[in-house]
Ligand binder design. Structure first.
Ligand SMILES: [Zn+2]
Length: 86
């Protein structure tokens, strides 16, 4: 992990029963990396299909290169549940 932003933001969101949307990515070396997801939504909500998940290459909070996080702490974020206030 390049920075502590994800942990800090998750601590703030936890007060609202939310967390930053994340997912696991398997590298060619079979290593699991925690990645930060960026939300997307349909422009025409009448069309079928789910909007794609977009992975942040850089930390969306501080701008540092995000290399993923292979620590066990991220395991609980595997489902990538997003907080929706819409
Ligand atoms: Zn950061």
């Amino acid at each position: 992990m390049a920075c502590e932003c994800l942990r800090r933001v998750d601590e703030q969101l936890q007060k609202r029963n939310c967390k930053v949307a994340t997912a696991f990515e398997i590298t060619p070396d079979m290593e699991m990396l925690l990645v930060i997801l960026v939300g997307s939504e349909k422009i025409d909500k009448g069309k079928r299909g789910r909007p794609p998940q977009i992975q942040a290459t850089y930390c969306p909070f501080c701008g540092k290169k995000w290399f993923g996080d292979s620590s066990a702490e991220g395991a609980e974020s595997a489902e990538g549940a997003a907080c929706s206030n819409a």
